[in-house]
Design a protein around this ligand. Structure first.
Ligand code: PLP
Ligand code: SF4
Length: 322
């Protein structure tokens, strides 16, 4: 299985979906991509785990059900975009949306209106404008690379960006939000680790915030990649999305948080779903989310507890729910 699944035909062949006109429509509005490692996890999982994995990546006709309150810019990034690719909403940190591509496309993605074929990587001149912006804003302590998945970029391109960021004196923390250590662990190459070494040798901390939503996403290869990152001094934190039918019950959430910590990843954020188009079938209520966190707190080690976060629409920002 060295090929990506990217079409409905791939999913029909694997008997993961029944052909139909409605699903064709859904697939046209948000593309499909499932990495070989994720395929391997899907194929080898128990029935229950398999459903939790498939639900994240396989298109569903439920996506054509669009609610009036669902938005194409659910967290209001646009208001805080001074130059292309930059979101500067909080004083000491800013996002750099360096690419719109990912190794898997998640059906619940809050950036689905710009991810995949709908977007492009930043051009060279846009990247230069972003770097100039960061250099001019001395209040910035941290730049957060996001996307898309920043680690999908070539080492050459990553090197260009990371070394340029490391050269900005007031930036002291570089954070990368990524699914790749688990989704395509082969991308955590020796070259990438050496690049992180170079950045840290300049006194800049590199943190990877790992996005995962279910313990069955952790393959052996993925665990090895996380260990490699950790052994090179990269700080690892987690972020997950609370998703109906994936991790919205105590045993699944407990196993996910245990698995993060067993792999050296400190649970950081559990996000409530944002109001992205056609994602209401994933929504878990705030009350249920808070109850789940409280139950976790009763039941498992304190180092395994994430914070439950919600993004207030229209760019109001993050709020801690529990
Ligand atoms: C979420 C987010 C951050 C990071 O927030 P932390 O609480 O530091 O993890 C930064 N900028 C923007 C625009 C964000 O949406
Ligand atoms: S990896 Fe992240 S950005 Fe990419 S589709 Fe999934 S949630 Fe969206």
């Amino acid at each position: 299985m060295s090929q990506y699944w990217t079409t409905l035909d791939d999913l029909y062949t694997e008997k993961l979906l029944e052909p139909g006109a409605e699903i064709e429509q859904v697939a046209r509005s948000f593309q499909i991509k499932i990495s070989p490692t994720m395929q391997q996890q899907i194929v080898s999982a128990s029935k229950e785990d398999r459903d939790a994995l498939l639900r994240q990546f396989i298109p569903s006709v439920a996506e054509s059900h669009i609610l009036p309150e669902e938005l194409d810019d659910p967290i209001g990034d646009r208001r805080f975009t001074p130059v292309a690719g930059v979101v500067h909403r909080y004083r000491d940190r800013a996002l750099l949306k360096i690419t719109q591509l990912c190794e898997v496309y998640c059906r619940f993605c809050f950036r689905k209106e710009m991810i995949g074929q709908k977007g492009e990587n930043l051009t060279k001149s846009e990247l230069q404008d972003a770097l100039d912006y960061f250099a001019q804003h001395e209040e910035l302590w941290e730049v957060i690379l996001t996307g898309g998945d920043p680690l999908i970029l070539s080492i050459r391109r990553l090197e260009e960006v990371l070394l340029a960021l490391a050269a900005i004196p007031h930036l002291r923390s570089i954070r990368i939000h990524s699914r790749i250590p688990l989704i395509s662990p082969d991308k955590i190459s020796e070259e990438l680790l050496t690049l992180f070494d170079k950045v840290m040798a300049q006194g800049k901390m590199v943190t990877v915030v790992l996005h995962a939503n279910h313990a069955a996403e952790f393959s052996l290869e993925g665990r090895v990649a996380l260990r490699a990152l950790r052994s090179r001094g990269v700080m690892l934190l987690s972020q997950s999305v609370l998703l109906k039918g994936v991790n919205d019950h105590l045993p699944a959430l407990k196993e996910l948080m245990y698995t993060f910590v067993e792999n050296g990843v400190k649970p950081y954020y559990l996000h409530q779903m944002d109001l992205a188009r056609g994602t209401s079938h994933f929504v878990v209520s705030n009350e249920q989310g808070i109850a789940l966190i409280n139950a976790l707190r009763e039941e498992i080690s304190g180092i395994c507890i994430p914070r439950l976060i919600i993004e207030i629409p229209e760019g109001e920002g993050k709020r801690v729910l529990a």
